[in-house]
Design a protein around this ligand. Sequence first.
Ligand code: NAD
Length: 508
Amino acid sequence: MAGAAPAGGKPETRLERSKEDVDREFRMLIDGEWTAARGGRTFSCVDPFLEESWGRVPRADADDVDRAVRAARRAFDDDGWPKTPPACRAALLRKLGQLIEENLDALVLQQIRENGRLVSEMRPGTGAVATACYYYAGLAETFHGVSLPVSVPNITSYTLREPIGVVAAITPWNAPLVLLGWKLLPALAAGNTLVIKPSEVTPTSTLLLAELVTRAGFPKGVVNVVTGYGDPTGMALVNHPGVDKIAFTGSTVTGRKIAHAAAERNARTSLELGGKSPNIIFADADLDNAVNGAMAGSFSATGQACMAGSRVLIEGKVYDEVAARIAGQAKKMIPGDPLDPKTQLGPLASKMQLDKVLGYFEIAKRDRIEILTGGKRLERKGFFVEPTVFGRVDNACPVAREEIFGPVVSLLPFNGEDQAIAIANDTSYGLAAGVWTENVRRAHRMVQRLRAGTVWVNNYRLVSHAVPFGGYKQSGVGREMGPEALNEFTEVKSVWIDTGNKVNFPAG
Ligand code: NAD
C-alpha cells in the first residue's frame, strides 16, 4: 500500500523465522490480564510458505467473549475512559505509534508468518499504522461538534460528538494490523472501548499489537482481544447485548450475517467488504505506467486485496498489446520466501484460500476461458499458484463477477467510454476503480460515472489514513479513515439551551 512513510528510518534488517515460535503458547487480553480460554482449548497458526503449524492460540467461547465485553463495558461505563481528556487520549495514541515504530520488525515478521504477505509490502503497510496513530492523536484533540444558528430568539444550539460505547472490531487475515488500525485508532480517539476478534488465520500479530497497547499505558479493559473462529467466537461477540457497534472487515457473505444479527438490537455497524474492481486502460494512456498499474492492482498481496483491480478493461485498439504485456510480466514474477525482499509472489494465506483459487481455475476451464498464462498450482512447497491472466473474458462469467482473492486477473476488451462504464458498473460490488488516460476531461467524466467508493486516475492501490475508504453497493456500509472515520465511532447529541423564552402551554 502506498501513502505510508517508512517508519523509524532504520536500515532494514533481514527477518528470520524463530524456531522458538513453534511451541509458543499465546494468551488473549481480557481486562488487562493475559489469559487462556476458560475451556482450555487452543488452535494453531499455519505458516503458508512452510505449510507448517506453529504457535498455539486460545480458542475463546461465549463465556470468554462475555468476560471481554463486560471488561470493555466497565471501562466505558464506570472507569471513565470516555471522560479522559482528549489530550491524554492523544498522548497515549502517540506513545502507541512510537512503540509500533520501535517494534516494526516483530510486527511485520509475525504477520508474514501468519499470512505469507511479502516483506516489501508489509513493512510500509505496518509503518502506516504508526503514522495513523499520530493522525488520530491529532483528531482526538480537534474533532468536535458545531454551534448551530437556529432562527428562534433566545436559543443557543450546538452538537456534541460522543463515543458510541463498546465496539467489536472483527478483522480479516489479508492485512491484519492495517485493517485493525483503521478501527482501533479512530475508536480510541473518540473515547470508545473495544473487544477485538482477529481472523483465526492471523491472531498472533493482533496479540502483539495489543501488548504494545498495554505498554503504551491505555487503562485496563479499554482494549481487549479474544481469539477464535467466526463460529462461535465472532458470533458470540456480534450477538452480545453489551456491544454497541460492530466494525467489521471481511467477506460480503459474513458482513451480511453480521448486519442481520446487529439489526436485531439496532446495534451500529460499519462494514468493509469484498470487491471486483475495474481497472480501465484507455488507448490514450501512458501504457508503460498503465501496465505496471494493472500488475500492481492484480498481483500485489498475491491478489488477496479487497481493492484488487481484478477486472482490467482494455480499449480495443490497444487490447492485444496490453494483454500480451500483462501476461508477459505475470509469467516472469519471482515466487519465493515472503521474507526475501527480492520475492515478487508469495503464497496464498491458507489452504482454504488455495482450494478456493484452484476451484476458480476449474470454473475457468469449464467456461472455456482463454488462459494467457498460469491456471495451475505451482509445483513447490507452500500454498502457491501461478500468476494467472484470463483473456477476452465476458463480464457475465463467474471469474469476472466473483471475488477470487488470488493472483488472478480477467482482461476485458471495450470500445469507448460508454461501454467501459457499462462493463465497469455491471457488478454487485463498488469498492474501487482505476482509470488510465492522459485526457483530463475524460478522466473527470469517468470519475463521475463510476459507482465505487474510491477512484484512482493514473495510479492504483493508493491509500492514506487521511482519505476515507469504503464501498458502494455490496462492498460495504460506512467509511474508514480520514475524519469521516470519527463519524462512524461517535453519536451526535443535539443540545438546545433556551436563554429567555417562556414555555406556553397550551400553545397560543
Ligand atoms: P471472513 O468474512 O471469512 O472473516 C472475517 C472475520 O470475520 C474473521 O475474523 C472471521 O473469524 C470473522 N467471522 C466469520 N464468520 C463470522 C460470523 N458469523 N460472525 C462474526 N464473525 C465472523 O473474511 P476473510 O476471509 O477473513 O477476509 C477476506 C475478505 O475480506 C474478502 O472478501 C475481502 O475482500 C474482504 N476485505 C475487505 C476489505 C475492505 O476494506 N473493504 C479489506 C480487506 C479484506
